[in-house]
Design a protein around this ligand. Structure first.
Ligand code: FMN
Length: 213
């Protein structure tokens, strides 16, 4: 059993990266092999629309043909039995790193015909992890619920099923006093980080073990 977790945050050890680390640890605790890839370490592009993945006679049918640092990650994602994509919200979307990865991951399997099923591999357990500044009750007001539903829908179209893990009202920086930050309740955020974030890390560990069980 293999789990692959992909971090779309440019920061490896902050909110998203820490949650993904726990997911990996949870999977390993069940005896699975698990790996965490940080997209920010890689040099890669989004989909180039080269259409080689759509040519039924070509050797890349159903598989992204672009050769860059994301290519081995897409191969690992293809083989993994469990796949987790984690991203902070940036302007109410996944980060550019994660968007580029999602384009390449999904488009290779997508077909412009209803006569065939998508070219994705056998079903795999998946999860989407989102971290964000806003509180959970504000998701709809910022249109984030629609973004989550769209990405979850695409994950389920290609891999099904997909769990969504939300971590809201995050501590964005370690030292708020260095910056101008008056749109948030900073003491409230720091307290939440101390009281609630450890519980979220524990919840992430449980998710990791569940995904490989
Ligand atoms: C460029 C940028 C845009 C952001 N946009 C949003 C946003 O639209 N909504 C939100 O709730 N948080 C937003 N944030 C805050 C991050 O989503 C939040 O702090 C997140 O937990 C950071 O994840 P990380 O600690 O793993 O890097 C933004 C942060 C940055 C740097």
């Amino acid at each position: 059993m293999k789990l692959l977790a992909i971090n779309g945050s440019p920061r490896k050890k902050m909110n998203t990266g820490s949650l993904l680390e726990q997911i990996v640890k949870g999977a390993v605790s069940e005896g699975a092999e698990a790996e965490l890839v940080h997209l920010a370490d890689l040099t890669f592009t989004g989909c180039l629309s080269c259409f080689r993945c759509k040519d039924p006679k070509g050797k890349h049918y159903g598989r992204c043909a672009v050769k860059d640092d994301l290519a081995p990650v897409l191969r690992k994602a293809h083989k993994a039995e469990a796949l987790v994509l984690g991203s902070p919200f940036y302007f109410s979307m996944e980060t550019a790193f994660m968007r580029a990865c999602m384009e390449r991951l999904w488009f290779q399997y997508y077909l412009y015909t209803n006569k065939k099923q998508p070219l994705s591999p056998a079903k795999k357990a998946t999860a989407l992890v989102y971290t964000m500044n806003i509180r959970e009750e504000e998701l709809a007001a910022y249109g984030k619920d629609a973004v989550i539903a769209r990405s979850k829908g695409l994950m389920e179209r290609f891999f099904a099923p997909c769990e969504v893990f939300l971590c809201c009202d995050t501590r964005q920086v370690k030292n708020y006093s260095k910056y101008e930050f008056d749109v948030f309740d900073v003491p409230g955020k720091l307290k939440r980080h101390e009281d609630v974030f450890p519980q979220e890390l524990a919840r992430a560990f449980t998710l990791g073990s569940r995904l490989v069980s």
